[in-house]
Design a protein around this ligand. Structure first.
Ligand SMILES: Cc1ncc(COP(=O)(O)O)c(C=O)c1O
Length: 509
């Protein structure tokens, strides 16, 4: 396709929208709820000591003003129906039918303290989905409490601690082994749980050698925490030997399955010997992505580790489903059963896909990635990480603009910014630390059409051409977006950052 011929014109809506806290005027109202009925006792529900002395400082805004504000905000975002080939996250389309199901009263309007007898349907969904994930992984039980992939990795770190403690070996088993290409949440959560982290460097093959692993494994080993394929799309074929070596030393093995999309239905963590794994419902299973909060990291483990799972567990009994505490469990990592509406969406997605469907989706995602790879590598200035490796990458490939940056001075971040000027989501770069110069990691998944993938590549090719002709223009991008480049310096400065309105006012007084 010739460079840039079919690119669409795009400009984001720019409203200079003030914060909602800066809008409204005293006395303006939306809906006015009736006052509590005299003598209904509702005033007594909150103990006197806990009642507010002064009303909360909220903007007083009329309904149309409020609606217009949020409409403007929505117009200023590209949203998830733009083309988003955002790697290591499998940014998927979120089917509307699943959103509709999760918005039904039986899901959206229930209270977590309701009696089990009144939420049997929802508990059945949790149980059935648990069984489906057991089938996919070979594990013996899943919990859905974690609010994301990193939180599920943290469950594993806590389960590892509880497991070794129960065997009287915690004082001795202090090391968690991971690799330079594992997602940073693995070393980070291991450290947060009090372990020493051993990070193995990546070698010529794209992964650490078995010898490197043997050199650090021993009676100090608590667990291996690893993802495979890694975020460069490289699958370590020795993974079973890795697991065996760690097991022989008495350690546990955790499979971070964030990159499951290309191997869905093709491999099972338990058959590779893993003791535990996690799936991301917000990436692989069609649920909207929202790191750390509205997401769900499904953590599954073998029967041996089940006693340490965070409760409550959902169990099927002769009289129905019930939530049961897990006495020796590691305690809550999040409240109640986690973010259940997301579990409903993922259950619905998996049910619709079926076993054959997810295998086909995995194959399509690998095919799409390799199609993308062959087109991208034909563009001057783009190389791929570990370019000497001839084995096919799976659902993503990590590329590099290192040579292009040397030639033009235009960095991968500049290119990323400029791509948004064409109404497509920019690519993901790489987790830190970068071991590939000027990295970028697009991922097509199974849902984007070939036209979408081609369009995205055309935009990238066009931007690279612009960077050669007019580097200053690309370096000052975006030009068609709501905001230009953000000054991130306040993000690293506790004296200036503000995550609440009150903090913002205080620090900017
Ligand atoms: C391999 C891998 N593991 C874990 C995570 C963490 O997932 P989350 O963002 O849901 O916490 C990611 C996120 O990109 C990842 O790519």
């Amino acid at each position: 396709m010739s460079q840039g011929t079919n690119l669409r014109r795009y400009h984001a809506a720019v409203w200079d929208e003030p914060l909602i806290m800066e809008q409204g005027a005293p006395g303006r109202r939306g809906t006015v709820p009736p006052a509590p009925i005299e003598g209904s006792g509702i005033d007594d529900l909150i103990p006197a000591a806990m009642r507010r002395k002064t009303p909360p400082v909220l903007p007083e805004a009329a309904e149309p003003d409020t609606l217009r504000h949020y409409l403007h905000l929505s117009q200023q975002t590209m949203g998830m129906v733009g083309i988003s080939l955002f790697g290591t996250c499998t940014m998927k389309y979120n089917p509307r039918v699943n959103e509709r199901l999760a918005a039904r009263d039986q899901v959206a309007e229930i209270h977590p303290h309701q009696d089990d007898s009144t939420v049997q349907g929802l508990l059945e969904v949790v149980h059935e989905f648990d069984l489906m994930l057991r089938d996919l992984s070979g594990m013996d039980r899943f919990v859905f409490q974690a609010g994301g992939g990193a939180a599920a990795a943290y469950i594993h770190a806590c389960v590892t601690r509880a497991y070794h403690e129960s065997r009287g070996e915690l004082a001795q088993r202090r090391d968690v082994i991971t690799t330079a290409q594992a997602h940073p949440c693995n070393p980070a959560t291991a450290a947060a749980a009090g372990f020493n982290v051993i990070t193995l460097p990546v070698e010529e093959d794209g992964y650490p050698s078995l010898d490197a692993l043997r050199a650090v494994v021993g009676e100090r080993t608590a667990s291996l925490m690893i993802n495979n394929p890694d975020d460069m799309g490289i699958y370590n074929p020795n993974i079973k030997q890795w697991v065996d070596i760690v097991h022989e030393a008495g350690g546990l093995c955790f499979y971070d399955h964030a990159n499951f999309n290309g191997v869905m239905g093709r491999i099972r963590a338990a058959e590779l010997g893993f003791d535990a794994c996690m799936f991301m419902l917000h990436k692989t299973f069609g649920v909207p992505k929202g790191g750390g909060g509205p997401a769900v990291g499904a953590y599954g483990c073998t029967a041996e580790l089940e006693p340490f799972l965070p409760g409550p567990l959902v169990v099927k009994t002769d009289s129905g489903y019930e939530r049961r505490e897990n006495e020796a469990g590691v305690g809550r990592v999040r409240e109640f059963l986690g973010n259940l509406p997301q579990v409903v969406k993922a259950y619905s997605w998996l049910l619709a896909m079926g076993g054959d469907g997810i295998r086909e989706a995995a194959d399509i995602s690998v095919l799409a990635n390799n199609y993308m790879e062959s087109r991208l590598l034909a563009i001057p200035g783009i190389t791929k990480s570990f370019g000497h490796l001839t084995l096919r990458r799976l659902e993503m490939t990590r590329f590099s603009l290192g040579e292009y940056t040397e030639e033009t001075g235009v960095t991968v971040v500049d290119v990323q910014n400029r791509m948004t000027d064409f109404g497509v989501d920019a690519f993901w770069l790489s987790h830190e630390p970068w071991i590939v110069p000027e990295p970028f990691t697009p991922e097509a998944g199974e849902a984007w059409s070939i036209e979408d993938i081609d369009y995205w590549i055309d935009v990238l090719e066009h931007v690279l051409g612009e960077g050669r002709a007019d580097p200053a223009m690309v370096k000052s991008a975006p030009h068609n977006q709501v905001v230009a480049q953000i000054d991130g310096s306040s993000l690293d400065d506790p004296a200036r950052w503000a995550t609440t309105w009150r903090a913002y006012q205080r620090k900017n007084a």
